[in-house]
Write a protein that binds this ligand. Structure first.
Ligand SMILES: Cc1cc2nc3c(=O)[nH]c(=O)nc-3n(C[C@H](O)[C@H](O)[C@H](O)COP(=O)(O)OP(=O)(O)OC[C@H]3O[C@@H](n4cnc5c(N)ncnc54)[C@H](O)[C@@H]3O)c2cc1C
Ligand code: SF4
Length: 465
C-alpha cells in the first residue's frame, strides 16, 4: 500500500552544530507539517499500529483529529491511554512498535506516529488552560506511597491522585523523574521544557514528592505501612545497577559506568566548570555497548569535546538502540567498531586508561534471545587508543527493597514477582523495570497505570469507593 505524499521530514539541528551543544536535536513538526503528515494516514478499519502499541493508544483517531485541526481533542484521545505523551513521542522505539506495523510501511514509509504524538503533546502543553486540569475526588485521606519517580511511579501516582487518593512519592535522588531526568540526555529529552512540566502536572494534582529518601535505608516499607499509615505501596524503583565487563584493567582511572557518566552530566551538570562534581574531560572515549544507553553516553562524550568510538560485539543489524539514535550518532561523527569486543583495558604508569585491547568477533548460532551469538576470531586482537572507557552493557536490579521487606518475593535476577502487579506481600504492588528488568518508558508507564487500577480495587476493602 503506497501513499501519494512522502513522509513529512522533521526539522532538526544541523549535525555539526548540535555536536557541540546540549540543545534538543529534533525540533518536531509545526501545525501545518503535522496536518500534512496526518493526511497520509489511511484511518484503517483494523489498525495494525494500535495492536503494536504497548498501551493501545487510539492512533488513527488521534491522527484524524490532528488532520481536522482539533488538537485539544487529539490530546484527550492520547491521554486516555498514555500519561506521558510528550515523553513517549520523543523516546519510544516506534520503529519496532506502532510505526513498525503501520500498513504504509509495507511498501513505503510508515506514518510518523511518534512525531505526531509529540506535536499534539507539545501543542497541548503550550496552550494549556486551567479547565484542562483534572477534577479531584476526595477519598478521605486514604494514603498510597509510591517508591521511585520514574515513568512507572509517575504514571501510577497520577492515576491514583485522579481517583482521589492521597499520594506521596519517595525518591532516592534529589530530583524526580527517574531515567527521564538522570539518564536520557537533554538533547533528546529537554528537562525544563518537558520533564519538569510533566512532573509539575502531578504536583498540581496534589501529589507530594519527597526526594532524598532511599527506601530500604532511610525508611522501610514496613515503616511506611505500619508507622506512617500508608494503606498501599507501589514499588517502581527501576533497574539502575550497572553491569561491568569483568576484564583486566576495569578498575583504572577513566573507566565509568554509563549510568554514572550520564547521571553526573544530566543531574549534576558535571559538564559545567561551575559544577561541584566536574567530570574528567577525556579526548578519546570508547563506549562499549549498542543500546540507547550506549548512544546517549557516546553522544554526551562527543558534546564534551571527545572523539568517540562505540565498540559493539554484534553487527549493525543487531544494535538494540532506537534507529533514530543510531542515525543521529552517525550523523554527528561517532565511529562504530562493530563485531568487536574489549578484552582488556590498558593503563599508563599512573593508573589511567591509555587504550582498549579488543578482539574481532563473528556471528555464530542463535542464542536464547534468538540473536546470533558473537564468537571471538582467534588472534584478531588490536588496540584502540582511548583515555576513557564508558561501559554501557545494561543494568540489573538493586535488591535493597526486597532484602528489607519481609514477604517480598523475587526471581533469581532480583526482579519482583507479581501477579497483575500485586507482589507476594499484601498491599504492595510493583511495576516497570523492577519487575520486567531494563525495558522501555512506555512499558513502565503502562504497568504503573495497571498497578493504579489494581491498588484502587484493593483499597475498596479500606472503604474507598
Ligand atoms: C540512558 C538511558 C536511556 C534510555 N533510553 C530509552 C529510550 O530512548 N526509550 C525508552 O523507551 N526507554 C529508554 N530507556 C529505558 C527506560 O528509561 C526505562 O525502561 C524506564 O525509565 C523504566 O522506568 P521505571 O519507572 O521502572 O524506572 P526508573 O526510570 O529507573 O525510575 C526508578 C526511580 O526509582 C528511584 N529509586 C530506586 N531505588 C529507590 C529506593 N530504594 N527508594 C527510593 N527511590 C528509589 C530511582 O532513583 C529512580 O528515580 C533508557 C534507559 C537509560 C538508562
Ligand atoms: S496502520 Fe498506519 S495508516 Fe493505518 S491507521 Fe495506523 S497509522 Fe494510519
Amino acid at each position: 500500500m503506497a501513499n501519494k505524499i512522502d513522509r513529512v521530514p522533521v526539522r532538526e539541528q544541523d549535525p555539526k552544530v548540535r555536536a557541540t551543544n546540549f540543545e534538543e536535536v529534533c525540533y518536531g513538526y509545526n501545525a501545518e507539517e503535522a496536518q500534512l503528515e496526518a493526511s497520509r494516514c489511511l484511518n484503517c478499519k483494523k489498525p495494525r499500529c494500535v495492536d503494536s502499541c504497548p498501551v493501545g493508544i487510539k492512533i488513527p483517531a488521534f491522527i484524524h483529529q490532528v488532520l481536522e485541526g482539533d488538537f485539544k481533542a487529539s490530546y484527550d484521545t492520547i491521554s486516555e491511554d498514555s500519561s506521558l505523551p510528550a515523553i513517549c513521542g520523543r523516546v519510544c522505539p516506534q520503529e519496532t512498535q506502532c510505526e513498525g506495523s503501520c500498513i504504509l510501511g509495507v511498501k513505503g514509509q510508515s506514518v510518523s506516529i511518534g512525531k505526531l504524538e509529540r506535536f499534539v503533546a507539545d501543542y497541548a502543553r503550550e496552550h494549556e488552560s486551567a479547565e484542562s486540569k483534572h477534577p479531584l475526588i476526595d477519598k478521605q485521606g486514604i494514603k498510597v506511597a509510591v517508591i521511585g519517580s520514574g515513568p512507572a511511579g509517575l504514571a501510577c501516582a497520577s492515576d491514583l491522585a485522579k481517583l482521589g487518593y492521597s499520594v506521596t512519592i519517595f525518591e532516592s535522588l534529589h530530583k524526580a523523574g527517574g531515567v527521564l531526568t538522570y539518564g536520557i540526555p537533554e538533547f533528546r529529552l529537554p528537562k525544563k521544557a518537558v520533564v519538569e512540566k510533566e512532573i509539575q502536572k502531578l504536583l498540581d494534582l496534589g501529589i507530594k514528592i519527597e526526594t532524598d529518601v532511599f527506601v530500604g535505608r532511610t525508611v522501610t516499607i514496613d515503616d511506611l505501612m505500619d508507622k506512617e499509615g500508608f494503606n498501599a505501596v507501589f514499588v517502581g524503583t527501576g533497574a539502575g545497577l550497572p553491569l561491568f565487563l569483568g576484564i583486566p584493567g576495569e578498575n583504572l582511572n577513566g573507566v565509568f559506568s554509563a549510568n554514572e557518566y550520564l547521571t553526573r552530566n544530566n543531574l549534576m551538570q558535571a559538564f559545567s566548570k561551575e559544577s561541584d562534581t566536574p567530570i574528567f574531560q577525556a579526548k578519546k572515549v570508547c563506549v562499549v555497548g549498542g543500546g540507547n544507553v550506549a548512544m546517549d553516553a557516546a553522544r554526551t562524550a562527543l558534546r564534551l569535546g571527545a572523539e568517540v568510538t562505540i565498540v559493539y560485539r554484534r553487527s549493525e543489524k543487531e544494535l538494540p538502540a532506537r534507529a533514530e539514535e543510531i542515525h543521529h550518532a552517525k550523523e554527528e561523527g561517532i565511529n562504530f567498531q562493530l563485531l568487536t569486543n574489549p578484552v582488556e583495558v590498558l593503563g599508563d604508569e599512573n593508573g589511567w586508561v591509555k587504550g582498549i585491547r579488543c578482539i574481532r568477533m563473528e556471528l555464530g548460532e542463535p542464542d536464547e534471545s534468538g540473536r546470533r551469538s558473537p564468537v571471538p576470531i582467534p588472534d584478531s586482537e588490536f588496540d584502540i587508543e582511548a583515555d576513557a572507557l564508558i561501559v554501557a552493557l545494561g543494568t540489573k536490579i538493586n535488591r535493597l527493597i526486597a532484602d528489607t521487606t519481609p514477604g517480598l518475593g523475587t526471581d533469581r535476577k532480583g526482579r519482583l514477582l507479581t501477579e497483575q502487579t500485586a507482589t507476594t506481600r499484601k498491599g504492595v504492588f510493583a511495576g516497570g523495570d523492577v519487575v520486567t528488568g531494563a525495558a522501555t518508558v512506555i512499558l513502565a508507564m503502562g504497568e504503573g497505570r495497571k498497578a493504579a487500577a489494581a491498588i484502587d480495587e484493593y483499597l475498596k476493602g479500606y472503604g474507598a469507593s
